[in-house]
Ligand binder design. Structure first.
Ligand code: ZN
Ligand code: ZN
Length: 712
């Protein structure tokens, strides 16, 4: 873990002044001197980047208020270099400085010589402001009236900062990414291992600073001060879950870190993040017009390889570390591979229609809607519907992120994508994934992985947006929004959109594409409601209503179906499971030697084994909490939701997901769904209404088979 400390400085030259931040003023001066900068004065002691950049931004804002006209660089006065400086984080041009004693004293200072601001009104103003800001942040004792300012002047000697080839290499690896130093180092070392060209990792900090001075790389603290006592995580965008602790890296008593994105590596006040936007073509335009001024000053290493060996880097032990350069992958060449997706099954008419609607939207026919919602009935098959849109983007040389909520879903998705796009190696990223550094324009990843991308993707597809952990996570929402290119389209896919998404659709800010029918062309089973005013218990045994026992018996011995029996808590999974085991030992259930009933919940260590045994139809009744509401399909299924009135657990969307377990297969395209409850809640009613609505849509669009046809 690298901590970045540096100072805020005032740079002056050519009659102008501006603020900057650096870990090494001499480095900045060497780069800036040829542009006419003849002195840097450090305004602060060495501070963690999170504090230094806060001060820098405050000074810049004040300077802008004083001289708004001068802050905006005027084209006649300023070249590209100045504009770049102005748009880099925290930089701003100031009013032209009056010649001062410090400027005109005629004395050439050596690097870092103390200077006094006496008779230098500009320096005196900003140094006083800086002291006030530092005091507000409790960075200075009340009694301190100042500290020595240091002036830096060019030494006159020509120095080689670094090789141009190394600058470019860092830009290539970082493009489209937002990374900690350790992650970037890992990516650089992996690239070195691949192409055999060593990289001087020891110079990385300087190289990044030079790229930042050129306006290419953006440097952020991963946690930033936004005011005295106020902090925000730059990485995940939230400010509510930030804690303070003593820090061994920067040596401070109180250094802030982010609890929200901790599993992805520790964001801290003193830890920098480096970003290079993926949609500005810095690398592609490198030789033409990105860095003419740098090119003149920095030698290209040419064919001479760098002599030093890359040094060992610290291993990241975070489980979520995984670095990959998909974002900088070369664009696929025209005609390189057939970009039409290969499908193992033909699309159903409903899927076909949805797929075409997505293409129509992607081609910019609804420019005000950058997001499309694919609303699919449970089991209607939404993943393949996005393939044509993905192919379209890949064919045009774009990059695609297909993000899903959990690792197990990525592992299941990646081979399907690979089958569909045989010409393109799919990069698979998740916490602890083996793959870290590929070159594919098609990335399958958990939504968490989006946090390491920066304006990289031409299309983002988010599957199961309603599922944990994406649902309700400001962090993941922030990460996904940042991973796409500016105004890049996003496809959201779900069987159960939330109120917010429905509202976006109604107000025409989001394109709606629905897949209301399953592949077999039968309507979704509509839940029936069984009211049970009072539940009766006999000691620890639940007394099941007669109707329910009859239904369960008919399901397993009559229909030869399996039953999902959902309960709202771990406690109830246990109690209901045991009670039902006892009840099924009695008539009308046959005296069956095997197990009628198993139960499971999130704290059950055997839940995965039970899930698999139920999938393989080894027992008929599965009592479970909502952990089994997704991703488990059996050919013949009925569904019972017990205590369905529990609104805290069972919202409309959970109820629809659970009901969606029934009637999925061609073998038994129908099924029974029962909500057993003491009363009818709004959520239950909405779930029933939504299922009716989807069936109505399917009917209207002609996706349901007529009864005679179904009977054939
Ligand atoms: Zn965070
Ligand atoms: Zn620290």
């Amino acid at each position: 873990m690298v901590c970045l400390k540096g100072s805020v400085y005032l740079a002056r030259g050519k009659g102008r002044s501006w603020f900057g931040f650096t870990h090494d003023p001499a480095l900045d001066l060497t780069v800036l001197h040829p542009e006419g900068v003849d002195s840097l004065v450090s305004l602060t002691p060495n501070l963690p980047i999170g504090i230094a950049l806060y001060i820098l931004q405050r000074l810049r804002a004040e300077a802008e208020k004083k001289n708004p006209a001068d802050f905006q660089p005027r084209p006649s006065q300023t070249g590209r270099f100045w504009r770049k400086l102005a748009r880099t984080l925290g930089w701003g041009l100031l009013e032209p400085a009056e010649p001062t004693v410090a400027e005109t004293g005629g004395q050439e200072y050596a690097y870092g010589r103390p200077v006094t601001e006496k008779n230098d009104p500009e320096l005196s103003l900003w140094s006083r402001r800086t002291i006030t800001l530092l005091r507000d942040l409790h960075e200075l004792p009340e009694t301190t009236t100042g500290f020595p300012l240091h002036v830096y002047r060019p030494s006159g000697g020509e120095e080689t900062l670094c090789w141009l080839a190394d600058l470019k290499r860092v830009a290539e690896v970082l493009e489209g990414r937002l990374l900690f130093t350790s992650e970037l180092e890992m990516a650089l070392v992996e690239k070195s291992q691949l192409d055999g060209i060593p990289f001087p990792v020891g110079q990385l900090e300087d190289i990044l600073q030079v790229l930042a001075l050129a306006g290419i790389v953006e440097i952020y603290p991963s946690v930033m001060m936004t005011g005295p006592e106020q902090v925000r995580c730059v990485r995940c965008g939230q400010d509510s879950r930030i804690a303070a602790s003593p820090c061994v890296r920067c040596g401070r008593e109180k250094c802030y870190y982010c609890e929200e994105c901790l599993t992805m590596g520790e964001a801290r006040l003193c830890r920098p993040l480096y970003g290079l936007a993926g949609d500005e073509n810095w690398v592609a335009r490198w030789s033409q017009n990105v860095l003419p001024w740098l090119m003149e000053r920095i030698p290209d290493s040419g064919s001479e390889p760098w002599e030093s060996e890359p040094r060992e880097i610290e291993e990241c032990n975070s489980p979520m570390q995984s670095v990959h350069d998909a974002a900088m992958a070369p664009a696929p060449k025209e005609g390189y591979s057939p970009f039409w997706p290969v499908l193992t099954f033909p699309l159903t008419p409903a899927q076909e229609a949805a797929s075409e609607q997505l293409l129509h939207w992607l081609d910019g026919n609804f420019p005000e809607r950058r997001e499309a919602l694919v609303w699919a009935a449970c089991g209607a098959g939404k993943t393949e519907v996005a393939f044509a849109a993905i192919a379209q983007v890949l064919r045009r040389g774009g990059r695609v992120l297909f993000a899903v909520p959990r690792r197990d879903v990525v592992l299941e998705l990646a081979p399907r994508l690979q089958c569909a796009f045989p010409g393109i190696p799919v990069t698979t990223l998740y916490g602890g994934s083996r793959e870290r550094f590929g070159t594919s324009p098609l990335v399958a990843a958990t939504t968490h992985q989006a946090i390491r991308f920066y304006r990289a993707f031409d299309l983002v597809v988010l599957d199961e947006v309603d599922a944990f952990p994406y649902q309700g996570s400001a962090m993941l929402y922030h990460a996904v929004a940042r991973s796409r290119k500016r105004a890049g389209p996003v496809i959201l896919m779900t069987a159960t959109p939330d109120a917010q998404m429905k509202c976006e659709v109604r107000s025409k800010r989001m394109q709606l594409v629905s897949i209301p029918a399953r592949h077999h062309g039968q309507p979704l089973p509509v839940p029936q409601i069984l009211l049970e005013k009072e539940w009766r218990w006999d000691r620890e045994q639940l007394i099941f209503p007669e109707k329910l026992l009859t239904f369960l018996h008919r399901s397993v011995e009559g229909d030869l179906s399996q039953v999902f029996l959902f309960v709202p808590s771990v406690f109830l999974a246990h109690r209901v499971g045991e009670s039902l085991k006892a009840a099924t030992r009695l008539p009308p259930f046959n005296d069956f030697k095997g197990t009628w009933v198993e139960y499971s919940h999130s704290r059950d260590p055997d839940r995965e084994a039970k899930r698999q045994r139920f999938s393989r139809q080894l027992f008929p009744i599965f009592v479970t909490t909502s952990i089994m509401e997704r991703g488990i399909t059996v050919p013949r299924a009925n569904v019972v939701v017990l205590f369905a009135e529990n609104e805290r657990i069972y919202d409309e969307r959970t109820l629809i997901q659970m009901a969606g377990r029934a009637g999925r297969s061609t073998e038994r395209p129908y099924g029974d769904v029962w909500f057993v409850a003491t009363k009818i809640t709004a959520a239950m009613q909405e779930a029933v209404d939504t299922i009716h609505w989807l069936n109505g849509q399917a009917q209207k669009q002609g996706f349901l088979l007529s009864e005679e046809k179904a009977a054939q």
